[in-house]
Design a protein around this ligand. Structure first.
Ligand code: SF4
Length: 193
């Protein structure tokens, strides 16, 4: 079932992001898969234009290449059939692709929480430092630690397995292979009857 769970297109809580965004980009994908990837923010040359998280730019292509390898996407395009749900901590592209502020992430938290409340993921992938922080607040006891240290490391959260991943903009080929190797058994286990 490929859908966005949140359709709100009029949120104006973050003035700087409202001024810079082309559109609000909510999460998109298979809401029944139990697998959720949480990124940082829509990219200026990607999701801000396509309206679909992690598509249309280099980071999107790298992530989707990994999804195809894992059997979670039919191909690398924005319109691929997904077997996971992809969302972000903030839904509007920050000016100059800067990191969203803590206040902006907090303002947007309601939309992320709505998606996670409805999907109830069993496997969660925070993509990048900001996403790991937010996922940690909800599912882990205390601060999770640095993304570089926890990349491709299985964490047991409250009712969810968490596998952090470095942001595709900074991931090396070796790191990508390490993530796939750690993720594949979790995906396969999820598919067992
Ligand atoms: S980032 Fe989130 S909270 Fe801020 S204006 Fe966009 S949708 Fe609203």
């Amino acid at each position: 079932m490929m859908i966005s769970l949140v359709q709100q297109q009029h949120c104006v809580r973050c003035p700087a992001l409202v001024a810079s965004r082309r559109r609000i980009v909510h999460g998109y994908g298979d809401v029944m898969s139990g697998i959720v990837f949480v990124g940082e923010a829509p990219g200026r040359h990607g999701a801000d234009q396509t309206g679909i998280p992690f598509s249309g730019d280099r980071s999107g292509r790298i992530l989707r290449r990994i999804l195809v390898r894992l059997g979670l996407a039919s191909d690398e395009t924005a319109t691929a059939s997904l077997r996971c749900f992809i969302t972000n901590t903030v839904r509007c592209c920050p000016p100059g692709n800067r990191t969203p502020t803590a206040a902006e992430v907090q303002s947007c938290r309601e939309w992320l929480d709505t998606e996670l409340d409805l999907i109830k993921p069993r496997l969660l992938v925070p993509v990048g430092r900001i996403a790991l922080q937010e996922v940690g607040k909800r599912y882990l006891e205390g601060a999770p630690g640095a993304i570089r240290t926890l990349h491709a490391t299985v964490l047991r959260g409250r009712e969810v397995t968490i596998l952090p991943m470095m942001h595709p903009a900074r991931i090396s080929r070796v790191d990508a292979e390490a993530f796939i190797a750690a993720m594949q058994p979790l995906v396969d286990r999820r598919n067992e009857p």
